[in-house]
Write a new protein. Structure first.
Length: 145
């Protein structure tokens, strides 16, 4: 929703705090600092953050397949999903396990009026190997340059 201020986005609706952000998206280098700060945070145990499961959504989608999909195809996809989960479980990660954003990419970084990059879309926060936050950015870069 547009606000009355030039170039500001009213993310809260009705003005106020939401007008602190500009419409201009941050760049890839600007994603690094707030993401690094997230990765340095200690886990707030009171939040009860989930452990990240990279195949959970795929597993759920396969389970919901039904009418019109060959049972053999469903079984194949279920087996493949199980193989992917096992392969992921065998990976060795260099960075310590901790907080991740879960959807770290430049589309989820806004600039405040002072030009500071701010992470948004925090619903993917979880506990996981921190390398996971680098995967989507690497894929976007590989695909779109």
């Amino acid at each position: 929703m547009e606000s009355g201020g030039q170039g500001a986005v009213d993310v809260a609706g009705g003005g106020g705090v939401g007008e602190a952000f500009t419409e201009e998206r941050a760049t890839l280098p600007e994603l690094a600092d707030p993401l690094k700060r997230v990765h340095w945070l200690e886990e707030p145990e009171s939040l009860g953050l989930p452990y990240f499961d990279p195949v959970a959504r795929v597993r759920g989608s396969v389970r919901q397949l039904g009418a019109g999909v060959d049972p053999g195809d469903i079984a194949f996809l279920a087996d493949l999903t199980a193989e992917l989960a096992q392969a992921y479980g065998r990976l060795d990660f260099v960075l310590p396990f901790g907080l991740i954003h879960g959807d770290a990419n430049i589309g989820n970084v806004l600039r405040d009026r002072a030009g500071q990059a701010v992470l948004i879309d925090l619903d993917g926060f979880a506990l996981a190997p921190r390398e996971w936050d680098l995967i989507q950015t690497a894929l976007f870069y590989d695909r779109f340059g």
